[in-house]
Design a protein around this ligand. Sequence first.
Ligand code: ADP
Ligand code: MG
Ligand code: ZN
Length: 622
Amino acid sequence: MEHNNKYHILKKYFGYDTFRSAQESLIDSILEGRDVLGIMPTGAGKSLCYQIPALMMEGITLVISPLISLMKDQVGSLNQAGIHAAFLNSSLTAAQYYKALGFAKQGRYPIIYVAPERLVTEEFLDFALHTKIAMVAVDEAHCVSQWGQDFRPSYLKILEFIEKLPSRPVVSAFTATATKEVRDDIIDILQLRSPAMVTTGFDRDNLYFGVMTVKDRYGAIRNYLETHRGTSGIIYCLTRRQVEEVCEKLIREGFPVTRYHAGLSDEERRRNQDDFIYDRVPVIAATSAFGMGIDKSNVRFVLHYGMPKNLESYYQEAGRAGRDGEGAECILYYSGQDVITNQLFIDNNQDNQELDGATRELVRERDRERLKKMTFYCFTNECLRDYILKYFGEYKSNYCGNCSNCLTQFEEVDVTEISRALLGCVETSRQRYGTTVIVDTVHGADTAKIRSYGMKDNPYYGVLAKVPVYRIRQVLNYLHMEGYLLITPDDYAVIKLTKESLEILREGRQIVMKMAKEAPKASKDSSSRMKKGRKASLGQEAFTGKEESLFDRLRALRTEIAREEKVPPYIVFSDKTLTHMCIVKPRTKGEMLTVSGVGEFKYDKYGKRFLDCIENETGDKE
Ligand code: ADP
Ligand code: MG
Ligand code: ZN
């Protein structure tokens, strides 16, 4: 590189003016020859941390990445930015593979993405042992850990490979997974040498979090799509069947939606995923099988049709929204049925066959505990963001102003009477029944079950006849969350009393609960909030109508160019870059280069077309 300066590279190739906080210190450490471990949330910009040093160090940087789609995406972005990079994985034919390897030997690529299972193959070693490898960068480094969600045995080959090299390169590792077990595993398994560790906060402040408990989840999701037409989003479902149902219904109602789950053929999965990534179909309904390979930066919403099994999964899936830093929404549509579905998943989990019985039971217990914490996320009336961050061990303020709880008006309601009735009913029926029986009893329902269990004779039968069932359930959930009762974690899910129950039953403890005055305005205001979020990330007021239409024009041009270049639209320019263009409204090359995300190489390639588009749209009309 002629300009051996990290700021210059950042501007010239990536079009950005400043580094984000953690990036610079990680880059500096690498350049000093130190190993690093970067722990930063999705969208924080981990790629630049190894890509920029790769362009400055003498020798080749190998990037280890778990999935073909991720490699393709990253290499595509680099090529678009004018940087020579290649990938070596099983998607190449033998001829393509040897050709790429040949170019690599000639030193054409400063950056090469490699699948971990390739590393210790004969051909690859032959290449690596005769080349200067400056750095091995391990992306998604949590894949080395069995504690993580995405353990990949092939990641264990990385160390084996490094140990074979004649001189040890710098090893850098990056992940979005925070837990200590995973972090320790990464250092240990990759044998990082006193790595510089940088952890940024886990908050994603451009994401709005919401929980909705609605009877008709499908209807709620359909309405959401109705008010967000043309924007890209993911609908996560718990089961394959749900994916099929939701997708089919939405299509029947005229929404462009595609689907993804492990039961589809490879061919269909690839096609549907591409349709989504290339913005040919804006929305995809999917199981959790859809995800890790998705770096699509302009996902504007992630809706959960059902609650995932733990907050790790939820945050990872929801986190696929708004990678470009623009406003985006994550809404979970909860139903009590989800707990049962997840309970079944846990009980039937076949993943841990190699463990002995006692350990397996321990794992199961841990899973149940996680499920409980996930469930409480759906019940809490406190700040949702705060709840998530606390779960990951981070303490912030308890008001974010950008979640459904922070945006709901609550009032304090005395629920002592309801609480006493519930606990009293549990006690007098000798702690033998689950939530439905207890709620039905105090509400005075006349069902077959109630009659056959003799609950009509229970002293609490019908004492809450005037209180709506949903309110009784809310209080029950609250008592559960606060430890005033237990629900046994097995198929029968029986309510049990705790020590704390007695404070209510015997000591006359008063129970006051926050209750929503009105339903949160989540879906109503969301598109305007998203637009505000869009500009807020650039410190601006909301878009004007003119800017809105300019944005649409620019987006159409981006799609056109993406088609010509055969890359996904967000790789041409991110939503954030287009937004910034709408605000700056550049008229010259110099002005265009001030837009975040427009580097020189990209300007030369298609800057003029965007300038023309802006001129046509704004003209002298202003
Ligand atoms: P991660 O791998 O941490 O999830 P990426 O490396 O994919 O994140 O980066 C996410 C987005 O942030 C990309 O669109 C990238 O171009 C952008 N980005 C990275 N660094 C910067 C920066 N310093 N300034 C502005 N945008 C950046
Ligand atoms: Mg990444
Ligand atoms: Zn909040």
